[in-house]
Design a protein around this ligand. Structure first.
Ligand code: MCA
Ligand code: AMP
Length: 505
């Protein structure tokens, strides 16, 4: 079994069913739709075209592409011929893209006209091994005439994706995700959340991340359901679609639920979500106030779950059972979790420790980085291998539900995007006059957290120029929202920066 054979069930069962609908609220005249049969016929053309360009099993194709039907088509085509999709966060800029392309040595960079300003910034050296930059808007010019790809044997152990996650060392690392890993997460979610063929999901989450791709798109394709894909989250359109029975499922990050609650609070009458079957939240902690107020306003209780790029989905509150605010529930089918102390010994329920997980959902390791891979796993006394999530957790002795308490390593999660302070600190120190930098997360009602920077400078630094410099070097969601100038960073006797002494404001 591989992902293509698994997804092939839906078009066989219901070829005329609507698989994908795409609309962009900013271009209301544009609306595209594909039945399952149309979708996979188009996928076959694209797969044959990639083969015609020399793409073979194991080759990487980087996607710097927004949510649109061509993303779905190209992705299904790539994995069908054994290729490996490498999604790139659309907010990334030259420096971040350069790193990913050099690391994964993709042969093709698939993009779109809307990204031309960023593509124009890339120099030949940034593209590493990329042989062709293809724009999906111009697909007619590069799609060949063949309508069927040559058969390729693709097995469950083969790589489907390399997904880059922010790294503690300042550079993101590529998580190698096999067909089996995805199948494990998807089959677990199909049963845990009772996916049905009649489901319709409104999907504005970016497809370049696990949440949108694996939890949203993959489950919908596997269930034979309908995906209403959107380029990005649009508050008004979301309220319209969900309030008019246009979807049965909606998945989002806490920032989106915060915005929905803020708006619905002021609305009279309240939107009617009675035809919605499930609201899910994940990628960052959902504050209990948002959770509870959403239920008061809509009568529906959000289901919170917990996942990671490296593992797909791990834990979930129950579909039929109490959904407890501030918890991520219990392990999904096929996932095993244990909470351990510093010596990797399990702690009793009620005690805090690091969450380890294992199961077919857990990735293969980091791309071309055996050291980081080895450091992320440990083997217990029975020889069983566990992945160290870096998340601190506690299990409630009464309910068995798990609460996530924070991270072992510093990680800022802003609106569902991960930010590693180290990357920003290293970048800040390349600005003339900045001698040292420490970046901390400060609480923010809407985003969850945002970065703030403490700088030690020799002389005066012009903040406006510094901000312009940061914007040229970093995805904009990583920009520090506040700069503090101090004489020296607080350090302990070993010389290690004591970030906990820096006010989070
Ligand atoms: C946008 N901005 C942000 C963020 N998003 N700043 C901080 N954090 C963010 N997440 C900034 C932009 O850089 C821009 O800044 C300004 O906000 C407006 O951008 P815009 O695109 O209009 O923002 P938006 O459309 O309002 O986006 C907010 C959003 C979006 C809908 C919450 O960030 C989003 O879709 N987040 C979901 C991310 C996600 O899917 N994460 C899952 C990761 P400027 O104007 O200065 O340029 S997967 C994962 O975590 C695991 C596996 C899991 O469990 O799911
Ligand atoms: P990523 O590296 O983008 O895959 O992000 C994974 C991280 O997001 C996890 O290790 C958690 O720290 C965090 N995360 C995901 N879901 C939740 C949740 N429901 N509550 C708290 N943190 C979460």
């Amino acid at each position: 079994m591989n992902l293509s054979t698994f997804f092939a069930i839906a078009p066989e069962r219901a070829p005329d069913k609507l698989a994908l609908e795409y609309a962009n609220p900013e271009q209301p005249h544009l609306r595209e739709s594909y039945t399952y049969q149309e979708l996979y016929a188009t996928v076959a053309y694209w797969a044959a075209a990639f083969q015609g360009m020399g793409i073979q099993k194991g080759d990487r194709i980087a996607f710097f592409l927004g949510n649109r039907p061509e993303f779905v088509i190209a992705y299904l085509a790539v994995i069908h011929i054994g290729g490996v999709m490498v999604p790139v966060n659309l907010r990334y800029r030259k420096r971040e893209i350069n790193h990913i392309l050099h690391d994964c040595t993709a042969k093709i960079l698939l993009s779109e006209r809307a990204q031309q300003p960023v593509l124009d910034e890339l120099e030949p050296g940034d593209l590493a091994d990329v042989e062709q930059v293809l724009l999906v808007d111009e697909a007619a010019s590069w799609l060949g005439r063949a309508s069927a790809p040559a058969p390729v044997v693709v097995q469950g152990e083969d790589l489907a994706l390399i997904m880059y996650t922010s790294g503690t060392t300042g550079r993101s690392k590529g998580a190698m995700i096999t067909h089996n890993n995805v199948l494990a997460t998807v089959t677990g979610l199909l049963s845990a959340w009772a996916w049905e063929e009649d489901d319709v999901i409104l999907l504005p989450l970016p497809l370049f991340h696990t949440h949108g791709l694996m939890v949203g798109l993959h489950c919908a394709l596997a269930a034979g359901a309908t995906t209403r894909l959107r380029p990005k989250f649009d508050l008004d359109e979301t309220l319209d679609v969900l309030g008019s029975g246009g979807a049965s499922l909606f998945f989002a990050v806490p920032t989106v639920y915060f915005r929905l609650v803020e708006t619905i609070r002021e609305m009279e009458p309240k939107p009617d979500f009675s035809r919605m079957r499930l609201f899910c939240s994940g990628s960052a902690p959902l504050p209990a106030e948002t959770h509870n107020e959403f239920e008061q306003l809509t009568g529906l209780r959000i289901l919170e779950r917990y996942g990671m790029t490296e593992t797909g989905m791990n834990f979930s509150n129950p579909y039929a059972g109490p959904r407890i605010a501030g918890t991520v529930g219990t392990p999904l089918p096929g996932v095993f979790g244990r909470i351990v102390d510093e010596q990797n010994q399990p702690v009793p329920p009620g005690n805090e420790g690091e969450m380890l997980v294992r199961g077919s959902n857990v990735f293969d390791g980091y791309w071309r980085d055996p050291e980081k891979t080895a450091a992320s796993f440990s083997t217990d006394s029975q020889g069983i291998r566990w992945f160290h999530t870096g998340d601190l957790a506690r299990q409630d002795p009464a309910t068995g539900y798990v609460t996530l308490l924070g991270r072992r390593h510093e990680l800022i999660i802003s609106g569902g995007f991960n930010i590693y302070p180290r990357e920003i600190e290293e970048m800040l120190c390349t600005f003339a006059g900045v001698v040292e930098a420490a970046v901390v997360g400060m609480a923010d009602a809407e985003w969850g957290e945002v970065p703030a920077a403490y700088l030690v400078c020799n002389g005066t630094v012009d903040e406006e120029t510094l901000v312009v410099y940061c914007r040229s070097q970093l995805a904009s969601f990583k920009l520090p929202r506040r700069f503090h100038y101090i004489e020296a960073l607080p350090r302990n006797a070993m010389g290690k920066v004591q970030k906990h002494l820096l006010p989070r404001g």
